[in-house]
Design a binder for this molecule. Structure first.
Ligand code: SAH
Length: 252
């Protein structure tokens, strides 16, 4: 299977592609590519390119664009997910990797009453996201925001979005799949997932007061990262062939 290579938009000038040192080293030493070989390149902003290699050396590589496409591998459903920061960095990183593979559009790490982590290693998470983008053959890097507060996110969503708080207990919860399937075509979706200790009653009430709908992901109690991955998968599986949805990047 053809591997994909990531080149930031700055490395693509007209039909000329310049690979960064890491990608060049991978092309030269690991894949043993040579001039005139063809590779697939993505730029993380929806650009996909078939590229003929012109120069492949240990210290650098460059090529020429032969074919361009847009949004290769990208979902039609716009899915934003806000997740409480987790005590385990590994578990949060696993969630981020799987959410990117599944097609998430935006990831909003949030602090809540029961979170203990307020800072994330965003540089490390970006590398994980780029690797997942290449592996899953997507072309548009999801937005990962800095850590936001629960209050900011709960009150800061656009009116046209379907806002779903995944909650593992209590009355008045809808089926997650029903909410996704029955939404108006093209309506973007925002999901809220709590940290290991879950949401407090007042957080649940605040979400409901701000128009969020409570939803069950089934009768079993899931770990936060499992619930987050299941929710993104649920959107992708149930969102149908609606026309592409757009949710402006979260500015809250
Ligand atoms: N409060 C529980 C579990 C929290 S799990 C405990 O004490 O262990 C963390 C988050 O995952 C929850 O806040 C919720 O958003 C989500 N979650 C876990 N299981 C779920 C389920 N069956 N339905 C909906 N959401 C769930």
């Amino acid at each position: 299977m053809t591997t994909q290579h990531f080149v930031s938009p700055e490395g693509i000038d007209g039909d000329e592609v310049r690979f960064d040192p890491d990608e060049a080293r991978h092309l030269f030493k690991v894949l043993r590519c040579r001039p005139s070989d063809e590779v697939e390149v993505i730029d993380g902003e929806g650009g996909w390119y078939r590229v003929r290699l012109d120069v492949v050396e240990r210290r650098g590589a460059s090529g020429t664009v032969l074919e361009r496409r847009r949004d290769v591998g990208e979902p039609r459903a716009a899915c934003t997910i806000a997740v409480g920061t987790l005590k385990s960095a590994d578990r949060f990183e696993t969630f981020v990797e799987k959410a990117v593979e599944l097609g998430v559009t935006q990831i909003l790490p949030i602090t809540t009453a029961r979170t203990q982590i307020t800072r994330l290693r965003l540089d490390r998470l970006r590398k994980i996201m780029i690797a997942a983008l290449k592996q899953s053959r997507r072309s548009r890097l999801p937005l990962l925001t800095t850590v936001r507060t629960f209050e900011h996110v709960v009150a800061g969503m656009p009116d046209n979005a379907l806002c779903i708080m995944a909650h593992e207990a209590g009355p008045g919860r809808a089926s997650f799949a029903d909410l996704v399937r029955s939404r108006p075509a093209g309506q973007p979706i925002v999901i809220l997932i709590g940290p290991e200790g879950g949401f407090t009653d007042s957080e649940v009430q605040a979400a409901v007061d701000n128009g969020w709908q409570l939803a069950s992901l089934g009768p079993r109690r899931l770990r936060a990262e499992t619930a987050a991955i299941a929710a993104v998968a649920g959107v992708m599986l149930h969102a149908g062939r609606s026309r592409p949805e757009v949710l402006p990047p979260f500015q809250g």
